[in-house]
Design a protein around this ligand. Structure first.
Ligand SMILES: CC(=O)SCCNC(=O)CCNC(=O)[C@H](O)C(C)(C)COP(=O)(O)OP(=O)(O)OC[C@H]1O[C@@H](n2cnc3c(N)ncnc32)[C@H](O)[C@@H]1OP(=O)(O)O
Ligand SMILES: CC(C)C(=O)C(=O)O
Length: 519
C-alpha cells in the first residue's frame, strides 16, 4: 500500500476564499484539530502577506508538534525570510516557494521570460536551502504550462534543493486523465525526480478537484494538497474529507492510504464551517447533514434490513457516533469538561468558565443541549479576547412593524464602561438594529454580508449570525449566537466592530515593532 501524505492548506489557500477572515485564535484552534485529524503538513499561511498572517503562522508553528508546518513564499528573498522567521521554531518547518510557469502567467502577470522564471525559481530554492532542506517548490498554473518546460524547471529546482515538487491545477482546468499523464511525463523525463516527492494541488472550477487529485495518485504523486470542506480561492480546493474517505473506501482501486484519524473528519468539518461561516451543503459528500440520511421508503426498507444496501460509508468511520452523555440542567462541570474534550474544544480557564456559564443559562431554557449547541457557544467565545474591553450588548428591544417601519432600542456598554442607549428605525427589524448601533459611532459602518443559520433543527434552536462589515477603512467578519435571531444579529454586528477596533489597536502597536521583535 502506498502512503499518501496529506498537506492541508485550509489556513492558507482555504482562507483565500472570498468572505473568509479568520481570527488568529480560530486559526490556532483549527490547526490543533488538523493535528488531531493527523494531517502530515499544515500550511499555516503566507507570512509576507501581512503582520497578522506572520504572527498567526508563528503561533501555529510554535504550538503544533505532530505535523510539519509550512509557510508560503513568492520567489523573493523578503518572502522567504518572512516564511522562515515565522516557522523556524516548528517541529519540521517547511518553506513552500512558488512561481508561475504557464505562458500567460509568465508574460502578463510576472512580465518575465521563461528563462528568467527558471532563474528566479532556482535562486529562490537555493536561497531557501540556506535555512532548511524541507523545501517545497510549486509551479503555479502547471496544468497550462508546457510539459517540456516543466521538465526543465523541475530538474533545476530539484538540483537546487527542492525536496517536494508540487504541480498545481491552479485554475481548475485539467481533467483526471490529463493530470495523471502530466505527472507520468515528469516522472519519465526528469532525470533527478527520485530525489523529490511529487505533489498535487487542485482547484474545483470545473468540479473536478477531487477526481483530479485521485487521478494524480495513479500518476505517481505521494502528497495531496487539499482543504477542509473544499474551501479556497474561487470555487475552492479539493476537499480533504472526500479524498480521504474515497481512498479508505476504495483502497482496492487506489492501493494507497493516508495516516488520517478518519473519525475526526466530521468534527474538523464542523469546526471549519463554524469559524469560516461557510455552511456545509446538506448533500455534501461525507460531511453533509444528509450524507447518512435515508429519505425514501425503498431505501429505508433496505437500510433497516441491512445497512450496506445503501450505506457505503459507516457514520462511525467519520466520527458520527451517538453520544452517551446527555447534557442538561443537572450536568456539572466534570461532565461538561469531558464533553468539551470530546468535541475538541480547547479553551483557557477564563473562557471555559464563561462557556460553562453560557451553557448553564441555555439549560434553563432547554431540556437538552446538543453537541452542536456547545460547539456554537464555544466558537462564539473563540477570537474574543478575554479581559479586553469591547462593546457589549446589554439589552435589545425591537418593535416589529409588519407594514412598514420597525424600531429598535438598544443598550450597550462601551469599552470605557459607560452605558449608552439609542433608538432608531429601519425597514425591517435587522435594519433597525443596525441603524441604532450605527448611531453610536461617528464613522459609517457598511454591512457587506449577512448570513443566518440555526444550530439544530428544533424550534428552540440557537441562531447563529455571520456578518461582514467595513468600518474606518477596515473589513471584518463578526459572529453572534443567541436564542433569538435579532439578538444574534446585534451581537454579530458588535463583534465585527470589536474585531476592527482590536485590529486597529494591534496594528498601531506592531507599527512600532521590528521584525525580530514580532511576538
Ligand atoms: C495561486 C495562489 O494561491 S498564490 C497565493 C495567493 N495569495 C496571496 O496573494 C496572499 C495575499 N496577498 C497579499 O497580501 C499581497 O498580494 C502581497 C502582500 C503578497 C503582495 O502585495 P503587493 O506587493 O501589493 O503586490 P500585488 O499583490 O499587487 O502584486 C503581486 C506582485 O507579486 C509578483 N508575483 C506574483 N507571484 C510571484 C512569485 N511567485 N514570485 C515573485 N513574484 C511574484 C507579481 O508579479 C506582482 O509583482 P509586481 O508588483 O512587480 O507587478
Ligand atoms: C501557490 C500554489 C500552490 C497554489 O495555491 C495554486 O497554484 O493554486
Amino acid at each position: 500500500m502506498k502512503k499518501i501524505e496529506i498537506f492541508d492548506t485550509t489556513l492558507r489557500d482555504g482562507e483565500q476564499s472570498a468572505g473568509v477572515n479568520l481570527h488568529a485564535d480560530e486559526k490556532l484552534e483549527i490547526a490543533y484539530q488538523l493535528e488531531r485529524l493527523g494531517v502530515d503538513v499544515i500550511e499555516a499561511g503566507f507570512p509576507a502577506s501581512s503582520r497578522g498572517d506572520f504572527l498567526s503562522v508563528q503561533r501555529i508553528a510554535r504550538s503544533i508538534r505532530q505535523c510539519s508546518v509550512a509557510a508560503l513564499a513568492r520567489s523573493t528573498e523578503k518572502d522567504i525570510d518572512a516564511a522562515w522567521e515565522a516557522i523556524k521554531e516548528g517541529a519540521n518547518p517547511r518553506i513552500h516557494v512558488f512561481i508561475a510557469t504557464s505562458p500567460i502567467h509568465m508574460e502578463y502577470k510576472l512580465r518575465l521570460t521563461p528563462d528568467q522564471v527558471v532563474q528566479k525559481a532556482v535562486e529562490s530554492v537555493r536561497y531557501a536551502a540556506r535555512y532548511t532542506t524541507n523545501i517545497e517548490w510549486s509551479a503555479e498554473d502547471a496544468t497550462r504550462s508546457d510539459w517540456d518546460y516543466l521538465v526543465k524547471v523541475v530538474t533545476q529546482v530539484i538540483e537546487a534543493g527542492a525536496t517536494v515538487v508540487n504541480l498545481p491545477d491552479t485554475v481548475g482546468y485539467s481533467t483526471p486523465h490529463e493530470y495523471a499523464e502530466m505527472f507520468r511525463y515528469l516522472k519519465e523525463h526528469v532525470p533527478n525526480i527520485h530525489r523529490a516527492k511529487l505533489s498535487a494541488h487542485c482547484h474545483d472550477d470545473l468540479g473536478l478537484a477531487v477526481a483530479n487529485s485521485l487521478a494524480a495518485i495513479a500518476g505517481g504523486v505521494e502528497q495531496i494538497e487539499c482543504t477542509i470542506n473544499g474551501i479556497g480561492e474561487r470555487a475552492g480546493n479539493a476537499s480533504l474529507e472526500e479524498i480521504a474517505i474515497a481512498l479508505a473506501i476504495r483502497k482496492n482501486v487506489f492501493q494507497a492510504e493516508t495516516g488520517l484519524e478518519l473519525n475526526q473528519t466530521v468534527r474538523t468539518s464542523r469546526l471549519v464551517s463554524k469559524y469560516t461561516g461557510f455552511a456545509v451543503p446538506p448533500n455534501k459528500a461525507v460531511v453533509g447533514a444528509n450524507a447518512f440520511a435515508h429519505e425514501s421508503g425503498i431505501h429505508q426498507d433496505g437500510v433497516l434490513k441491512n445497512k450496506l444496501t445503501y450505506e457505503i460509508i459507516s457514520p462511525e468511520m467519520v466520527g458520527l457516533s451517538s453520544n452517551a452523555i446527555v447534557l442538561g440542567k443537572h450536568s456539572g462541570r466534570h461532565a461538561f469538561k469531558k464533553k468539551c474534550e470530546e468535541l475538541g474544544i480547547q479553551l483557557d480557564e477564563d473562557r471555559f468558565n464563561h462557556l460553562f456559564k453560557n451553557f448553564k443559562e441555555l439549560t434553563e431554557k432547554r431540556k437538552e443541549v446538543t453537541d452542536d449547541d456547545i460547539m456554537a457557544l464555544a466558537t462564539d467565545l473563540t477570537g474574543k479576547e478575554t479581559g479586553t474591553k469591547t462593546y457589549e450588548l446589554v439589552f435589545l428591544q425591537v418593535n416589529y412593524g409588519a407594514q412598514g417601519v420597525s424600531t429598535a432600542t438598544i443598550g450597550i456598554k462601551t469599552p470605557e464602561g459607560e452605558f449608552v442607549q439609542e433608538a432608531a428605525t429601519g425597514n425591517g427589524s435587522v435594519e433597525a438594529i443596525y441603524q441604532t448601533i450605527q448611531r453610536l459611532f461617528s464613522d459609517p459602518i457598511e454591512l457587506i454580508d449577512y448570513r443566518i443559520q440555526s444550530t439544530t433543527a428544533g424550534i428552540d434552536s440557537l441562531a447563529e449570525v455571520y456578518v461582514k462589515v467595513t468600518h474606518q477603512g477596515h473589513t471584518s467578519t463578526g459572529r453572534g449566537i443567541d436564542n433569538d435571531v435579532l439578538g444574534a444579529s446585534a451581537k454579530a454586528f458588535l463583534d465585527a466592530i470589536n474585531r476592527i477596533i482590536l485590529k486597529v489597536q494591534a496594528s498601531t502597536v506592531f507599527e512600532t515593532t521590528s521584525v525580530s521583535g514580532r511576538e
